[in-house]
Design a protein. Structure first.
Length: 311
């Protein structure tokens, strides 16, 4: 064991049998026995050959617990319990434990829950996705990444009928646009393909053809010449009878006259029982005949009349 004393005390009081090396005396040192030399020597105080502990060091990269040494005392930081943490001090240990660990989760409200289960330390939630079928909805994370956005991608909401006719659009039911069907009425047929609906009349249309030429009369009001016939037509005059050969390809439906009158202008007249218009049998689509004079057509003597022929 070391002997703590000043050199003057040692010279006066030590038993002569103790061998002391006094050649290297220094303040604040003590005598310690050296078994190799068999002497007490003046040395700095140590424990098992090591010097006094005058500081401390925190290892690793975390927050250090050693703070400083003050007057031979090593000072360490205290450990405080933060939120959700508990500290328990035992004889040799300090136990750090969490006090708010998640043990489960629960869905609130009446909708479909997103929480499904807990596996170990993981709270497991259902993913969100769009359905199949007639769903115009997109689900994606927002640009900031903190929200999930539901975007309606639908474009068609309704329809309307244009113009003043009978509309084919009826109504919208949920997501279904409903249109009226097209029904074929009397003498009408309706057909369709992949892109069009065709409406056709069952009867061929009757298209009227109208032509006009001129009759000229002499001073007595008798027929003299025929002029202004349509291209391909010809005429033969025999007294008051005019035979006209035409290319209309149909039977005459109506004949009338516009007679030129100096007093009344143009006068409308029609064939009479005495001055008839006729169609020869067997030549219905190529020939017609009229018997005329100025009086029948409403024209003046030495005047003219326009013959109106409709097929």
């Amino acid at each position: 064991m070391p002997i703590y004393a000043q050199s003057s005390t040692l010279r006066n009081l030590l038993i002569p049998l103790v061998d002391i090396d006094q050649t290297t005396l220094a303040n604040e040192q003590v005598l310690q026995y050296n078994s190799t030399t068999g002497k007490f020597e003046n040395q700095a105080l140590s424990l098992a050959g090591s010097g006094f502990i005058t500081s401390g060091t925190s290892l690793g990269t975390g927050s250090g617990v050693f703070k400083q040494e003050v007057s031979g005392a090593l000072q360490f930081r205290s450990v405080l319990a933060g939120s959700g943490i508990t500290l328990t001090t035992g004889t040799n240990e300090i136990t750090i434990a969490t006090s708010g660990a998640n043990t489960s989760a629960v869905n609130i409200g009446t909708g479909t829950g997103i929480f499904t289960s807990k596996s170990g330390d993981n709270i497991q939630l259902r993913s969100l996705k769009t359905g199949t079928g007639n769903i115009n909805l997109a689900v994606a994370a927002s640009g900031a990444g903190n929200e999930i956005e539901f975007v309606n991608t639908a474009e068609i909401n309704t329809a309307s009928n244009l113009g003043g006719g009978t509309g084919v659009f009826a109504q919208k039911s949920t997501y279904d646009l409903q249109f009226k069907s097209i029904v074929a009425g009397s003498n009408i047929t309706v057909s369709n393909n992949s892109t069009t609906v065709t409406i056709t009349s069952a009867n061929a249309p009757n298209t009227a053809l109208s032509f006009q030429f001129t009759l000229n009369f002499d001073g007595s009001g008798n027929l003299s010449t025929v002029t202004g016939l349509p291209t391909g037509w010809s005429s033969v005059v025999s007294g008051s009878l005019v035979t006209v050969t035409h290319t209309a390809g149909a039977m005459v439906k109506n004949i009338s006259y516009w007679g030129s009158d100096a007093t009344n202008g143009w006068q409308l007249r029609f064939p009479t029982s005495g001055f008839q218009a006729t169609v020869p049998a067997g030549s219905e689509t190529t020939v017609f005949k009229i018997v005329v004079n100025a009086t029948v057509t409403g024209a003046d003597a030495s005047g003219s009349a326009k013959v109106n022929v409709i097929f």
